[in-house]
Design a protein around this ligand. Structure first.
Ligand code: PGA
Length: 251
């Protein structure tokens, strides 16, 4: 069945030295983890240093964003080729903070997904509604539109390589968490959209992570839901003990 996947999104936190210390501890605790997949998403400046530490472990490395071009006059951007070169296997695309503060659109995320896939990077594609949208009863409509626009034009081979992260914007960094029931409802809705477009066979094996104030205290209930296949963890991943507890939710 689907192997749960846990990501630690450090966002704009941790200097190189702090990243090294954190990831050394992470490697000690989770370096040979097999039951689940684990990926860590440090800031760009720490990627290479972190890679050096985890390269002989089962922990994967990912970046928090990228541009779609290979190289050229794009000041301030990082290409998928550069991410591969730095040792990345995953890349988060379309995170709500990118959409909110940096004007990212579904169309841009779509181009990034295609560029990442063409090089063999695994995109972690984030979708999720705002509080206003949920309160207006538009959560499903918004998420459906994001999923369809972000994944437009992908073929079966491409689609099966993706990880989707459902992150309700109102639950990110707020301490408010979707109830396991609310999360399950949306995960199953998303899987339904995927199955409709790409068929049941492929999409029943795709992983959909939940993200938004995930903590050691709430992960167990979330993971009991049939369509929740792991978590994208922000705040709690900065403290390695917490992140390890989340990953080892069954123990
Ligand atoms: P949070 O962030 O766990 O701090 O809510 C999750 C995310 O943004 O990926």
């Amino acid at each position: 069945m689907r192997k749960p996947v846990f990501g630690g999104n450090w966002k704009m936190n941790k200097m190189v030295k702090e990243s090294i210390e954190a990831v050394k501890q992470l490697k000690e605790e989770l370096g040979d983890v097999e039951r689940v997949e684990v990926a860590i998403f440090p800031p760009f400046t720490s990627l290479w240093a972190v890679k050096k530490i985890i390269e002989d472990s089962r922990i994967g490395l990912g970046a928090q964003n990228m541009y779609w071009e290979e190289k050229g006059a794009y000041t301030g951007e990082v290409s998928p080729h550069m991410l591969l070169d730095a040792g990345c296997k995953y890349v988060i695309l379309g995170h709500s903070e990118r959409r909110q503060y940096f004007g990212e659109t579904d169309a841009g995320v779509n181009r990034k997904i295609k560029a990442a896939l063409s090089l063999g990077l695994t995109p972690v594609v984030c979708v999720g509604e705002s509080l206003k949208e949920r309160e207006a009863g538009r959560a499903e409509e918004v998420v459906e539109s994001q999923v369809k626009k972000c994944l437009e034009g992908l073929d079966l081979q491409q689609i099966k390589k993706l990880i989707i992260a459902y992150e309700p914007v109102w639950a990110i960094g707020t301490g408010k968490i979707a109830t396991p029931h609310q999360a399950q409802e949306m995960h199953s809705f998303i899987r339904g959209i995927l199955e409709e477009l790409w068929g049941k066979k492929i999409c029943s094996s795709m992983r959909i992570q939940y993200g938004g104030s995930v903590k050691p205290e709430n992960i167990k209930e979330l993971m009991k839901q049939p369509d929740i296949d792991g978590a994208l963890v922000g705040g709690a991943s900065l403290i390695i003990n917490s992140f390890v507890k989340i990953v080892k939710y069954e123990e």
